[in-house]
Design a protein around this ligand. Structure first.
Ligand code: CMC
Length: 393
């Protein structure tokens, strides 16, 4: 019709201005508020990254202490949240539980409905960042039939989360600082990625003025898909299915076969046409974690490294500029830490929550943002007259 630009998948549409995250996909660069991801991952911590994404600057020592304290104060969830969990089957996918329970938070914090008040927006942000680890750990504990473990707020954010997942009542639990640091780094890597599908979902949901907890639940729903956050789970399943390096060529052939829907999970990216900078750091972290746990030979890691080498030399992957993305190595790391495959995307959601919240706040504060309302090219039937059932024969 010529009236609208047809852009399926929004490959060439910028729907907003943003000051939060910068990606140069050709060069493989990722910056949060101007800071390179590798520097943040190496020297910073996750809560500091949260502060940076939300406020635009790294915190001073006093600001950091205050922020950590404020987030920590909100880690508990209302006792009645337990009932939401127990309503689910034990074998429910934890992402389905997260969609439901995070959405349910909107029913607990009515004050957050007033999104025109910056103070309320900030409290909602704190609550979201603080409660995600608690809810994620509850989803895990529920799935294995163990009682919930309350947050212990003298621990740092990520250690607290590990404890809520892996401590068992009446047994001593000590957080392994190397694993806590590694997981914290994984959270930093996942914290934001500009206008990806789930973030755009949160912005679109929020553009109507909806409750922020409900908007985040929409983001979690979108993240769940295997083309997006679900890829970490799918990548590990793929590596397990391949099993041994000798079967790699068979899978490479399947991935290249246009009549076969199979894709190499953890490979390729809409924006990165170069090595995903997060994948590099993730690979290093994988080795660190396996080392710490004394895992000398992980067959999955062998398959992953060999698969990467073969794919990077293969004409198909070179021509299409398909490189490992963040999800290629994250599964191996999380599995070694003790997380079941079904929790991988939940961990992604936990970390991405700050990005969703920061982008949502930026949108609310941007006077040029209106309700998101894409147009379409109508290709259906032209106008026609109703015929009764009797006449339809
Ligand atoms: N294996 C084999 N072929 C692939 C792959 C892959 N993993 N990814 C893309 N291709 C091919 C695709 O078949 C297409 O070929 P052709 O031009 O002949 O039709 C070409 O490369 C371009 O792919 P596309 O589907 O048009 O690219 P897209 O930008 O729409 O999709 C993607 C990007 C990430 C969904 C896709 O690369 C993919 O499905 N990868 C596997 C899933 C995955 O790892 N997702 C995680 C992404 S990073 C974290 C996140 O976003 O949550």
């Amino acid at each position: 019709t010529g009236m609208f630009t047809y852009d399926p998948g929004f490959t060439s549409t910028a729907a907003c201005e943003s000051k939060i995250t910068y990606i140069d996909g050709d060069k493989g660069i990722l910056l949060y508020r101007g800071y390179p991801i590798d520097q943040l991952a190496e020297h910073g911590d996750f809560l500091e990254t949260c502060y940076l994404l939300l406020y635009g600057e790294l915190p001073t020592a006093a600001q950091k202490a205050d922020f950590d304290y404020r987030v920590t104060r909100h880690t508990m969830v209302h006792d009645q949240m337990n009932r939401f969990f127990t309503g689910f089957r034990r074998d429910a996918h934890p992402m389905s539980i997260m969609v439901g329970c995070v959405g349910a938070l909107s029913a607990f914090y009515h004050d957050s409905t007033d999104i025109s008040d910056p103070h309320q927006r900030m409290i909602a942000s704190m609550r979201m960042i603080a409660k995600m680890p608690t809810l994620a750990a509850m989803a895990y504990k529920y799935s294995i039939g163990q009682p919930f473990v309350y947050p212990q707020n003298d621990l740092d954010y990520t250690s607290n989360f590990l404890r809520m997942c892996f401590a068992v009542p009446a047994e001593e639990y000590k957080v392994n600082p190397v694993l806590a640091r590694a997981l914290d780094r994984i959270f930093i890597l996942h914290a934001d990625h500009e206008q990806n599908a789930s973030t755009s979902t949160v912005r679109l949901a929020g553009s109507s003025g909806a409750n922020p907890f409900a908007c985040i639940a929409a983001g979690i729903a979108c993240l769940w898909g295997p083309a997006h956050g679900g890829a970490n789970e799918a990548a590990l399943k793929m590596l397990e299915e391949i099993g041994t390096p000798d079967r790699i060529p068979e899978y490479i052939a399947k991935a290249k076969d246009k009549n076969d829907p199979f894709r190499l999970m953890g490979f390729g990216h809409r924006v990165y046409k170069n090595y995903d900078p997060r994948a590099r750091i993730m690979q290093k972290t994988t080795h660190e974690v396996l080392n710490e746990l004394g895992i000398k030979d992980d067959p999955l890691l062998d398959v992953a490294m060999e698969l990467e080498q073969i794919a990077l030399k293969d004409e198909y992957f070179i021509e299409k500029k398909l490189y490992p993305n963040i999800d290629f190595y994250s599964g191996i790391t999380l599995k070694a830490m003790g997380f079941p495959t079904s929790m991988f995307t939940v961990l992604f959601a936990l970390a991405r929550t700050v990005g969703w919240i920061a982008q949502w706040s930026e949108m609310i504060e941007d006077p040029s943002q209106r309700i998101g309302r894409p147009r379409q090219l109508y290709t259906g039937a032209p106008q026609r007259d109703y015929v009764t059932v009797a006449q339809r024969g």
